[in-house]
Ligand binder design. Structure first.
Ligand SMILES: [Zn+2]
Length: 394
């Protein structure tokens, strides 16, 4: 390796919490050293923090970051200190914070490996907080598929698997490692690789981050939430606390519903089904109305207008039934939660234009397009009459 390359201590000694270093560059309240323990952030996580002991006085390091010139340590200093280059200092890491980033970061390697292997699904983005992981996947997986990966991850964590750090130059990387690397390729002169598994490594990626040396240290992974492609996980005691809380909540719900012994999930699923049937029925009813709209409509000027109140109806069934509406009609529906829906098949009465006039008149929120618009009509008296007045004044 060449002389200019200074191996960061967080690469080959991630458990070291203190080191004597020499100040090499001073720039206001930011310092560089000949070596550092501090991870400068990046890869979806914040930088390390800690402190510096300079001439027997301790100052907090509140942020670390890397630019073209090197790794800068930003100090929180109240008075003017004349930091001298070449002076030896003690660097001290906030270990508890660091360790609570090492665990989720390493857990993410394992989860991403499993999603790739089991579900043929890539990790597009990952972000970290203390004992927390956010992963954005390349596709939307079913909850059962995710839980399957979580239990496989926990089985491997329980086994205890070595996490190996490998540092090679670009030439060695291309020759010996590139072919079996998952994810992004590295163009760096010196490449840092992380391999899960001892003798027979099973996952290899390029990564300059911070890792535990054995997966057992993670203790456990828990799924916290799922929204489309984005999953949130918790590890270690944060996960255990969460799992206990959630189970407690379920038990309380079972108490409230007095459905002990029955599976709550089954009850909820049945409720959803019932709801679906009601929804389907209301769509059918609306279709019938929209299909025979002439029986309900009246003439205002030359326009054919229909207005009615359906307090249990919301947007989806209305939009779905609106396809039945024949041309040259205008319909206003006062639906659930005091939302007014305007549906138009008449070029001369664009729904969004009428909505805009109403919004200006009553000072509310809403919008839409020529065919369909909606707005809030909370506390508005006789909203349907108002619509008719607006149209008759055109
Ligand atoms: Zn990593």
């Amino acid at each position: 390796m060449n002389e200019e390359f200074i191996m960061p201590l967080y690469w080959n000694a991630p458990y070291q919490t203190e080191v004597i270093a020499k100040i090499t560059v001073v720039r206001k309240n930011e310092l560089q050293f000949n070596q550092t323990l501090f991870y400068p952030g990046g890869g979806g996580q914040l930088s390390d923090t800690g402190s510096i002991v300079y001439l027997e006085e301790e100052f907090p390091i509140i942020e670390t970051y890397k630019d073209k010139e090197g790794i800068w340590h930003k100090l929180d200093i109240k008075k003017n200190i004349d930091f001298q280059e070449n002076q030896d200092v003690l660097l001290r890491l906030d270990w508890s914070k660091r360790y609570s980033y090492m665990k989720p970061h390493t857990a993410q390697h394992l989860l991403s490996h499993l999603f790739h292997k089991i579900n043929d699904c890539d990790t597009e983005k990952a972000n970290f907080e203390e004992l927390k992981i956010d992963i954005e996947l390349s596709k939307n997986l079913a909850v059962d598929e995710i839980l399957n990966v979580v239990s496989e991850a926990n089985r491997i964590i329980e086994q205890g698997v070595e996490v190996k750090s490998i540092i090679v130059n670009q030439e060695e990387y291309r020759k010996d490692y590139l072919g079996r690397t998952r994810g992004k390729k590295s163009e760096e002169e010196f490449v840092r690789l992380i391999e899960l598994g001892g003798e027979e490594g099973f996952d290899l990626v390029c990564c300059g981050g911070i890792h535990v040396k054995n997966l057992a240290e993670i203790r456990g992974v828990f799924l916290e939430s799922k929204k489309d492609h984005t999953l949130k996980f918790l590890v270690n005691q944060k996960g255990l606390l969460f799992a206990t809380e959630q189970r407690g909540l379920m038990l309380k719900l079972e108490d409230i519903t007095a459905k002990k012994g029955e599976k709550l999930l089954e009850i909820v699923e049945n409720k959803i089904k019932e709801n679906q049937i009601l929804q389907d029925n209301s769509v059918n009813l609306l279709r019938l109305i929209f299909h025979n709209i002439h029986a309900f409509s009246k003439k205002i000027n030359e326009y054919s207008i229909t207005s009615f109140t359906l307090p249990e109806i919301d947007r989806l069934p209305i939009q779905s039934a609106a396809k039945e509406l024949e041309s040259n009609n205008f319909v206003a529906v006062h639906g659930r939660n005091d939302i007014l829906y305007l549906i138009s098949t008449n070029e001369k009465l664009p729904a969004n234009k009428i909505a805009k006039t109403l919004i200006e008149e009553i000072g509310t929120k809403g919008g839409g397009n020529k065919g369909f618009a909606q707005l809030s009509i909370k506390n508005v008296k006789e909203p349907l009459q108002l619509v008719e007045e607006i149209i008759s004044s055109l």
